[in-house]
Design a protein around this ligand. Structure first.
Ligand SMILES: O=P(O)(O)OC[C@H]1O[C@H](OP(=O)(O)OP(=O)(O)O)[C@H](O)[C@@H]1O
Ligand SMILES: Nc1nc2[nH]cnc2c(=O)[nH]1
Length: 180
């Protein structure tokens, strides 16, 4: 797997450090608010697992699975809900955890849905932000790193279902996806 990576952008240690920092901020911001923390499957599972363990506050978690990329490196533009939440969001302080914001289409869809369902507050925490590619006006509240306009994998992020278990975030070699 490692041989398919052109460059490591963020090491396991850097991710650990930024997760600690964000977790400490969330502990302050959500004190007494009992947030509902939503993990956007599947990419955000690793980040979510790290972040919630660094939040020293009462939290509930839930999962939502949406997909707009399928097996491609390009967004289809159509966001499909594959698994909805189990918990009602009305009146809740919701914190969405994402691995990456690229075009912003996925989060635009999720945020509007949560607001429509009358969440009291909706905030976004993402490990990676790729602002160059944004087409929707989504602005995250907590960001780990800003990434260049490259297709990245690892630490939850996949290409064709693979590479999620890499402990770091890296740029996938072009020949891997050009040959597919
Ligand atoms: O800002 P956008 O252009 O919408 O892209 C961001 C979304 O793309 C990825 O999900 P994907 O649909 O690939 O599903 P996955 O998390 O299961 O890999 C990622 O996890 C984000 O949810
Ligand atoms: N794996 C992966 N998924 C994405 N979804 C949107 N952008 C990306 C990216 O750079 N890498």
């Amino acid at each position: 797997m490692n041989e398919d990576i052109k460059e490591i952008l963020y090491s396991k240690e850097q991710i650990e450090e930024i997760s600690k920092k964000i977790g400490a901020q969330l502990t302050i911001d959500y004190a007494g608010k009992k947030p509902l923390v939503i993990c956007v499957l599947k990419g955000a599972i690793l980040f979510m697992a790290d972040i919630i363990r660094k939040m020293d506050t009462y939290t509930e978690i839930d999962f939502m699975d949406v997909s707009s990329y399928g097996d491609s490196t390009v967004s289809s533009g159509e966001v499909k809900i594959i698994k909805d939440l189990d918990v009602p969001v009305e009146g809740r302080n919701v914190l969405i955890i994402e691995d990456i914001i690229d075009t912003g289409k996925t989060l635009q869809c999720i945020v509007s849905l949560l607001k429509h369902r009358k969440a009291q507050s909706v905030k976004i925490c993402t490990l990676l932000d790729k602002p160059e590619r944004r087409v929707e006006g989504v602005v995250p509240n907590y960001v780990g790193f800003q990434v260049p306009n490259e297709f990245v994998v690892g630490y939850g992020l996949d290409y064709q279902g693979m590479y999620r278990n890499l402990p770091y975030v890296g740029i996938l070699k072009e020949e891997i996806y050009e040959n597919n």
